[in-house]
Design a protein around this ligand. Structure first.
Ligand SMILES: Cc1cc2nc3c(=O)[nH]c(=O)nc-3n(C[C@H](O)[C@H](O)[C@H](O)COP(=O)(O)OP(=O)(O)OC[C@H]3O[C@@H](n4cnc5c(N)ncnc54)[C@H](O)[C@@H]3O)c2cc1C
Length: 375
């Protein structure tokens, strides 16, 4: 094994999964995050089976399934409440795992932090990477507390807004997708199992509205819309209610459940895809630093944790890092390209309803179907 000590910068899905997978392989791991403390609030996520497959590999699947709501399909509907059909979700993690779960991000984050700590990962909060130096067989980090330390590898897992990305020689930058999204965590009734609804006409500014259960009595609601926050003087929850005004059926209940105390946020959706390489010497970017897509097939976190596990598997085998990275890119880049192409195609169709020959169902099914074999 050529890798014995690793610094990971960023403690999201990517950084924590890499930390756990490396620590399980007897690598000494230190993880730093600029957050002064872990946030215990956050929105809901749909986690696909191929992410669950990684969670099984890193020893957290029982805990993840205990906090998530498993689903195997989603109901498609029109805004007026008419059901169009039920779309089964491909079992991207294999038939012995749920095709998807809905869960709250802070619950999943806490599980990953706990597992990392159990394995002896040293976590230091409130720190950033100021600079690094490649020394041939090692790399030196300079952190924002002034400490200089030497590692076999430094992993950059800072997310899509990474400050370190340009220092790696990566010229691609995050770009607008043309979409914005409101997300809210609210209550649901037991019979509500998840739905996506499409407008009958372009009447309220929403491209589509949906919800996913995240616990026995909660769900997260999303409203896909234009990327600008409309300047109409409305409170956030009132703006979401306005965008949902023409969506009926279960969405009447969800709209009425929103109030000034509802956890919600709005953000413009950006994307990036760096078609390799992702490293400068012994400093390697993983996850959303180098690939982020509009969440239209809900593969963001899954692709991040696939990166992290495969990287840990390869660099702890005997061999040279440069050869291991070549093998890593050969297995990751074509798979990611399929996810990126499908997600961008779906984002374009969302913004141009009525595009001749648009076939979102086919694109989604093919993109997810291609992920069933492990990377
Ligand atoms: C609107 C929206 C909806 C989504 N929905 C889904 C979904 O349903 N399912 C799904 O699978 N994916 C979804 N995603 C994608 C998913 O959230 C991301 O793929 C995933 O969170 C990225 O993980 P990451 O660890 O690479 O980055 P992040 O989660 O961004 O984590 C980066 C970490 O690095 C830290 N950091 C940043 N800069 C520094 C620095 N300079 N120094 C130290 N620390 C730093 C941050 O504090 C943070 O903790 C969605 C994304 C968006 C935007």
């Amino acid at each position: 094994m050529s890798i014995r000590s690793v610094l990971i910068v960023g403690g999201g899905f990517t950084g924590l999964t890499a930390a756990i997978a490396l620590a399980e392989r007897d690598v000494a791991v230190t993880l730093v995050d600029k957050a002064p403390a872990w946030a215990r609030v956050g929105h809901g996520l749909t986690i696909q089976g191929n992410a669950l497959r990684v969670f099984r590999e890193i020893g957290v699947i029982d805990r993840v399934l205990a906090v998530g709501q498993p689903e195997s399909s989603v109901t498609l509907a029109l805004a007026d409440g008419t059901t169009l059909g039920v779309m089964p979700t491909p079992a991207t993690g294999g038939d012995d795992l749920p095709p998807t779960i809905g869960a709250l991000r802070p619950d999943l984050h806490e599980i990953l932090v706990d597992r990392a700590e159990e394995l002896g990962v040293e976590i230091r909060l409130g720190l950033e990477l100021t600079d690094y130096v490649n020394n041939g067989e090692t790399a030196t980090s300079i952190l924002s507390d002034g400490r200089r330390e030497e590692w076999d590898v430094i992993i950059i897992a800072e997310g899509i807004k990474s400050q370190t990305r340009p220092k790696l020689g990566i010229t691609e930058d995050r770009a607008p997708s043309g979409l914005g999204i409101w997300r809210a965590v609210t209550t649901r009734t037991p019979d509500m199992r998840g739905s996506i609804a499409f407008p009958v006409a372009d009447d309220g500014g929403a491209f589509k509205v949906g919800y996913t259960p995240v616990s026995a009595d909660q769900c997260y609601v999303f409203v896909l819309c234009r990327p600008e926050r409309t300047d109409n003087g409305l409170e956030g929850y009132q703006e979401v209610q306005r965008l949902m005004a023409n969506f009926h059926g279960e969405f009447d209940y969800l709209r009425e459940s929103l109030n000034a105390d509802t956890f919600l946020n709005f953000q413009e959706i950006e994307w990036i895809f760096v078609d390799g390489p992702w490293h400068d010497g012994r400093v390697v970017a993983l996850g959303e630093v180098v690939h982020a897509v509009p969440p239209l097939i809900a593969q963001g976190a899954a692709q991040c944790v696939e990166d992290a596990l495969l990287f840990a598997q390869l660099v702890t085998e005997p061999g040279q890092l440069s050869d291991q990275l070549d093998a890593f890119y050969a297995r990751r880049l074509p798979r990611l390209k399929g996810v990126v192409d499908a997600s961008l195609q779906l984002a374009a169709w969302e913004q141009n309803p009525g595009t001749p020959h648009a076939d979102p169902g086919r694109v989604m099914a093919e993109a997810l179907g291609a992920l069933v074999p492990a990377p």
